[in-house]
Design a protein around this ligand. Structure first.
Ligand code: PLP
Length: 376
């Protein structure tokens, strides 16, 4: 099998499992318990938090462990919006993950917020003029993703934050796809909140974290025993957090080398299938992302053909359950719905070799011919 769906999820790394194992077995205590087992779990959680904080360049008290990207996005957006009295207006982009868009829409439906969705250009880069014009005295929060899950577009988040801060508006970024590829130092990014998820970088599913700058008010979404300084109740996923810290220790794959292999792969696909269209930016792109449309086919049939040859990739994004609708991301780029239906995303990690990518490019050309021949 050649796995080219790392943007959907990654395998848990052996070192991560080994780090987690003690906290699932002998050291299985609840960090809130006042006995030796509990104290050992609390110490492990503290050490994991220190690793995350060092990685993000923030204080340990600014890290909240969550169940993953979706929860981090929900907590950041609902939590900051509901705790901030300055107004009821949210600004986001047209290519956000559903976890962000649906959190904003929830606030619109149930809490009287107004939502401005800023458009992107044909490569998926935020329209900065439109964005600046969207900022208002009553804007409560800006939320713009660092890197897109479908097309890999990397947004100028530092600039986006600077413009918002000029109006005193806090900024959240969804860094779920960027984690492990880009520098997530929150001071350099200039953000007030940042979400990421463990299973995209070799940790297990069900663990993630949210950074929230110390002075930013946050209303809890999950209420209960007051864990995570009252910001996220529920017994902590100690083993998951320990695994997340281990994955962070292993992160930092050479993005440049992966990008070079990816670029050669893109060039080969475009030369073997001249009708193929690369979607997303040519420059500000995540190293592991190559996404195309194959007009005149359907993404699903290309996917099936490739699957039959042991190549695993994704039609658009794997993040929405059972959705046959053309991707809102591709539509936002101005791609026609019938072309957006032909999207296929290949997402590489550092283990994918140039020889494998060459094989995949040849298989894509074959799959394209077969699907076209069958009129699908
Ligand atoms: N945000 C982005 C950009 C994503 O790509 C994903 C998942 O693919 C999520 C949020 C949700 O993360 P999780 O699967 O950890 O809930």
């Amino acid at each position: 099998m050649i796995y080219l769906d790392s943007a959907a999820t990654t395998a848990t790394r052996r070192e991560v499992l080994e780090a987690m194992w003690p906290y699932l077995t002998g050291e299985f205590g609840n960090p809130s318990s006042h006995h030796e087992l509990g104290e050992s779990a609390a110490a492990a959680l503290k050490a994991a938090r220190a690793t995350v904080a060092a990685w993000l360049g923030c204080r340990e008290s600014e890290v909240i462990f969550t169940s993953g990207g979706t929860e981090s996005d929900n907590l950041a957006i609902k939590g900051i919006a509901l705790a901030t009295p300055r107004g009821r207006h949210l600004v986001t982009s047209a290519i956000e993950h559903e976890a962000v868009l649906e959190s904003c829409r929830y606030l619109e439906r149930h809490h009287g917020f107004e939502l401005t969705i800023v458009g992107v250009d044909g490569e998926g880069m935020l329209d900065l003029e439109q964005y600046e014009a969207a900022l208002r005295p009553d804007t409560t929060l800006v939320t713009v993703m660092l890197a897109n899950n479908e097309i890999g577009a990397v947004q100028p988040v530092a600039r986006i934050a600077e413009l918002a801060h000029a109006h005193g508006i806090p900024v959240h970024t969804d860094a779920v796809q960027a984690a492990g590829w880009l520098d997530l130092d929150v001071s350099r990014l200039g953000v007030d909140a940042l979400s990421f998820s463990g299973h995209k970088l070799g940790a297990t599913k069900g663990i993630g974290a949210l950074y929230v700058r110390g002075r930013v008010p946050l209303e809890a979404v999950l209420h209960g025993g007051g864990q995570e300084r009252g910001r996220r109740s529920g017994t902590e996923n100690v083993a998951g957090a320990v695994g997340l810290a281990a994955a962070i220790g292993l992160a930092g794959a050479s993005g440049r080398e992966v990008a070079a292999r990816r670029d050669a792969f893109i060039a080969e696909v475009l030369s073997l299938v001249p009708a193929a269209v690369l979607t997303g930016p040519t420059h500000d792109r995540l190293p592991g992302n190559a996404s195309f449309c194959f007009p005149g086919t359907s993404g699903e049939s290309i996917l099936l053909e490739l699957g039959a040859h042991g190549i695993v990739c994704s039609a658009g994004s794997a993040c929405a359950v059972g959705s046959d609708e053309p991707s809102h991301v591709l539509l936002a780029l101005g791609i026609a719905p019938e072309v957006a239906q032909t999207a296929v995303r290949f997402s590489l990690d550092a283990s994918v070799t140039a020889a494998q990518l060459h094989e995949v490019a040849l298989e894509i050309a074959g799959a394209y011919e077969r699907v076209r021949g069958l009129g699908r």
